[in-house]
Write a protein that binds this ligand. Structure first.
Ligand code: CTP
Ligand code: CA
Length: 226
């Protein structure tokens, strides 16, 4: 029989996870978004909860139901997600940024539905704030895990993001591989720290993937404390 506590490596920890895609509105009925299903973030939230953590899930647009037993904060835009995360950052021990955040948003948001007019319509977009990078710059005690969804040169792009955004770990996945895409129930990931690859995992369920990510995080966080 397993000892009580042996399964709870994140007991007493406050974990904040972002999941899903953001929505950037053009007008009251139209928006820009992406293909994120939220599944990876939800798997991480469920797994962190099962590891004993007190979990807050900041979720954007998703096609799935979030897990039970976690505190839910629903947001739409990258800006709302930024604010929701910053509000809770000081009290958080571990942040996992699995959300697919819009890189650009419309410069103007119309109050009324945009009417059809000429043959072409040019949308002007501006950069959103990089939430993960902001967290990296404000980091004190928090353990920070980012994601890197790539379609080529995974190692280079993932390591570049880890450094640029001051993450402790980055989870890279090549979303062009079968079984690693946005809407899939499975994933194929690599976990990196600043020295390079920590783990290179084969195709597995998002829940199993989440467990492995959290096992690495919990072990490293415990190490930092001791
Ligand atoms: N991210 C974020 N805020 C943004 C954009 C991205 O917090 N405005 C986070 C994502 O949640 C993810 C990590 O940054 O954890 C990497 O996201 P990704 O889209 O792969 O990288 P970008 O830095 O946006 O670069 P690019 O899209 O050009 O690859
Ligand atoms: Ca991006």
């Amino acid at each position: 029989m397993m000892r009580e506590g042996a399964h709870k490596p994140l007991a007493g920890k406050k974990v904040l996870i972002t999941a899903g895609g953001t929505i950037e509105r053009l007008d009251p009925v139209r928006y820009l978004t992406n293909d994120s299903s939220g599944k990876m973030g939800f798997a991480l939230a469920a797994s962190a909860r099962d590891s004993g953590a007190e979990v807050t899930l900041v979720m954007g647009r998703t096609s799935e139901l979030p897990p039970d037993g976690v505190a839910l904060v629903r947001v739409e835009s990258a800006q709302e997600m930024l604010e929701a995360v910053l509000e809770r950052y000081a009290q958080t021990d571990l942040v996992i940024k699995s959300a697919a955040v819009a890189d650009y948003r419309p410069v103007f948001r119309a109050d009324k539905k945009i009417k059809k007019s000429g043959e072409r319509l040019v949308l002007e977009l501006e950069k959103t704030t990089d939430i993960l990078q902001t967290l990296g710059e404000l980091k004190t005690k928090q353990y920070l895990i980012g994601f890197a969804a790539e379609t080529g040169d995974l190692d280079r792009y993932a390591m570049d993001k880890l450094q640029r955004k001051h993450c402790d770990l980055i989870v890279g996945n090549d979303v062009s591989q079968a079984g690693a895409g946005f809407n899939s129930d499975t994933n194929i990931i690599r976990i990196y720290d600043k020295a390079g690859i920590v783990e290179s995992l084969p195709l597995m369920s998002k829940l199993e993937t989440a467990r492995r990510i959290l096992a690495v995080a919990a072990e490293r966080m415990a190490h930092l404390e001791s």
